[in-house]
Write a protein that binds this ligand. Structure first.
Ligand code: FE2
Length: 194
């Protein structure tokens, strides 16, 4: 079968997740290598999974592990779009495919949310991680006001179905949140690329 980078990444991730006894740092390290390889080229994302919405950022499920051990999502940012401050509750790896995004981490303090460090900018090929153990609360924005950006997100669970939280930045108030997916159809196989 002709190569398909998305399929290769899913296969490698399935092998990784299937290995027993791995600690999170090792999973994040090896998963980051897989995602870095995936976003090293930008010729494989189906157009259906790259469509922005004029008002909302889109989250297209590219692959959902049948045992819900991981999910792979394309985040499509319209110009100037951004997320609320949110958490994930599972580990995640973000790979920048197209355009650029900025990410600001936060932590909970007694008085509310406190920014952690400077905001980071991800350029195509860059990879970043989140998890409850290394920092799980952040806001992500399209770095561009005039163009679409796309990043590929891997999570250690079925992220669209996980009960998690968004936060009111000023007060730290948490609100329940389930993101769902933007797909109308969820494929699990992809045609070979020529
Ligand atoms: Fe996030």
């Amino acid at each position: 079968m002709a190569e398909n980078p998305l399929r290769e990444a899913v296969t490698a991730l399935t092998h990784l997740i299937h290995r027993h006894g791995l600690e999170e740092p090792q999973i994040l390290s090896e998963a980051s290598d897989i995602i870095r390889k995936l976003v090293a080229r930008d010729d494989w994302l189906p157009d259906d999974m790259a469509q922005p919405h004029p008002q909302y950022y889109r989250q297209y499920l590219l692959y959902g592990d049948p045992l819900e051990r991981f999910s792979l999502v394309s985040f499509v940012w319209g110009p100037g779009q951004f997320t609320p401050v949110h958490d994930h509750t599972v580990w995640g790896v973000i790979g920048m495919l197209r355009g650029a995004e900025t990410e600001q981490h936060y932590r909970m303090d007694e008085g509310g949310l406190v920014p952690v460090g400077e905001s980071a900018r991800l350029e195509p090929g860059d990879v970043a991680c989140v998890s409850p153990s290394i920092g799980d609360i952040h806001r992500v924005s399209n770095a561009y006001e005039d163009r679409v950006s796309i990043s590929i997100h891997l999570y250690g669970g079925n992220i669209g179905a996980i009960r998690r939280s968004v936060y009111v930045p000023e007060t730290g108030e948490r609100k329940p949140f389930v993101s769902g997916y933007s797909n109308t159809v969820v494929p699990n196989l992809w045609p070979p690329m020529n």
